[in-house]
Design a protein around this ligand. Structure first.
Ligand code: PLP
Length: 468
């Protein structure tokens, strides 16, 4: 049993939380360990209503890449808000939306003619990509991955395979979606070891064993690949636990899709826009999908998503199989104020933050690996840039999970650790079944990284001491 101390909450903060609890929906994921009532935030620092400041290593779920309230983003919003707040980008024309789309076309992977659709959330980009693919291919079947998270709408929920609570009691879902194991090598679904699991090739690419489940079993026994309209994957699984697949994974998916005329969709909603030290996570292996989904960090916290795909898939003037005028749209998509914030955001990321994510992320990862050697409950450290995951295990030797409830109050290990970090001034989130994630704003400094490591180290030492 690990002892768990309830965080102290001021009367002022408690009053806000009590007021919120009476009227807000009950399906959210707030936990009692982090009773943070925010007043304001700047850069990588968040200040609560009692004037306490925290180092933010969550960035609002990888959203505020430029840091909280970046002055250039504020200026862009202020300037646009005086000119035009809304007119509907699906029906009329204005330059911020066009300028943003041009920039996204330039930076997204794929050396081909592209089109862009703007929505207001990641899940909307997922929805759009399903409609694009279905309309174009007229094929009913879809492939997704266990551990995936693609959002909370019916399409997002159906494509997800992260936690059962996200899908339980919401049937029926969208039919004909097949989930296959993601290459989560630390906990391989087939008890294989990478790279020894590679025993043959698929069309010239080394076939990691888990992918042979798709190519040799699913496509042989269960579904004809020419019934499959799309394969959707995260290049690094986010909510699933910050899982980085082997380098063969994306090339294999690309090959499978090319072989069978399947549309390849990469959900870069969490991993994209500089977080991994390149514009997109798939840039690390030089693979371009047919459709790229991005959201979260795109407008520094204002709600926006973009679905960027091959022109043929999205424009009936290029290919008559594409969706036609009136078949899709969004009232708020491409809003001029948000588009202006996004243009400023991409400029800041390009000029300063991709490099910083790579450098500070590299330092942070090296420190976390050193920490892993000192601690018996850290089984693996993984990730790229500032998208880093820490797998917690009860016993390193056999990778045993902590039981779901390890404390007197029934908190799980992720909650214990993130709660203790919070008490010491560090905001950190869990991910997957038993991992912690580090996803700070991309402007964090080496000093911030050192401070975060110091706190986490102390917390894990305490937890381990209590487990003796
Ligand atoms: C990879 C991925 N896809 C989709 C989504 C859904 O985005 P939203 O919550 O903006 O709908 C998320 C959100 O966490 C995500 O991480």
């Amino acid at each position: 049993m690990i002892e768990y101390r309830s965080p102290e909450i001021s009367k002022k903060a408690k009053a806000v939380i009590d007021r919120d609890r009476k009227i807000m929906f009950g399906a959210h994921t707030r936990t009692s360990e982090i009773p943070l009532v925010v007043d304001h935030a700047q850069g990588a620092k968040v200040t609560d209503i009692d004037g306490r400041t925290y180092l933010d290593f969550g960035a609002g779920f990888a959203v505020v890449g430029t840091g909280h309230c970046h002055p250039d983003v504020i200026t862009a919003i202020e300037q646009q808000i005086r000119k035009l707040i809304h007119i509907s980008g699906s029906d009329f024309y204005y330059t911020p939306q066009i300028e943003l789309a041009e920039k996204l076309i330039e930076i997204t992977p794929g050396d081909y003619d592209k089109r862009v659709y703007f929505g207001s959330s990641g899940a909307e980009a997922v929805e759009a990509s399903l409609k694009i693919s279905r309309c174009f291919t007229r094929r009913p079947r879809m492939i997704s991955f266990l551990g995936a998270f693609h959002g909370r709408t019916f399409a997002g929920m159906t494509m997800s395979g992260s936690k059962k609570v996200q899908r339980a009691h919401f049937s029926g879902l969208i039919p004909e979606v097949y989930h296959v194991p993601y290459p989560y090598c630390y906990r391989c679904a087939f008890a294989q070891t990478y790279p020894e699991c590679i025993r043959k090739e698929y069309k010239g690419i080394p076939l990691i064993y888990c992918m042979s489940y798709l190519t040799d079993i699913i496509f042989e026994r269960l579904i004809a690949p020419d019934d499959v309209g799309l394969i959707m994957a995260e290049p690094i699984q986010g909510e699933g636990g910050y899982i980085v697949p082997p380098k063969e994974f994306l090339p294999l998916l690309r090959k499978v899709c090319d072989e069978h005329g399947i549309i390849f969709i990469l959900d870069e909603i969490q991993s994209g826009l500089g977080r991994t030290g390149k514009w997109f996570a798939c840039d690390h292996v030089g693979i371009a999908p047919d459709i790229t989904l991005t959201a979260k960090a795109i407008a520094s916290g204002l709600p926006m998503s973009a679905t960027i795909g091959k022109a043929a898939l999205m424009d009936p003037d290029v290919d008559p199989r594409a969706w036609v005028p009136g078949s899709h749209g969004s009232t708020f998509g491409g809003n001029p104020v948000i588009a202006s914030a996004a243009i400023a955001t991409l400029k800041i990321i390009e000029q300063q933050l991709i490099k910083n994510a790579d450098e500070v992320g590299g330092f942070l990862k090296q420190e976390l690996i050193a920490m892993m050697d000192r601690h018996r409950i850290i089984g693996e450290v993984r990730g790229l840039g500032l998208m880093l995951g820490i797998e917690l295990v009860q016993k390193k030797e056999d990778k045993t999970f902590f039981p779901p409830e390890v404390t007197r109050e029934g908190k799980n290990i992720k909650e214990v650790i993130t709660g203790e970090c919070f008490k010491r001034g560090l905001i950190l989130y869990g991910a997957g079944i038993s991992s912690l994630r580090m996803s700070p704003p991309l402007m964090v400094t080496r000093d911030d990284a050192e401070a975060a490591i110091k706190i986490l180290d102390e917390v894990i030492t305490n937890v381990e001491n209590q487990m003796k």
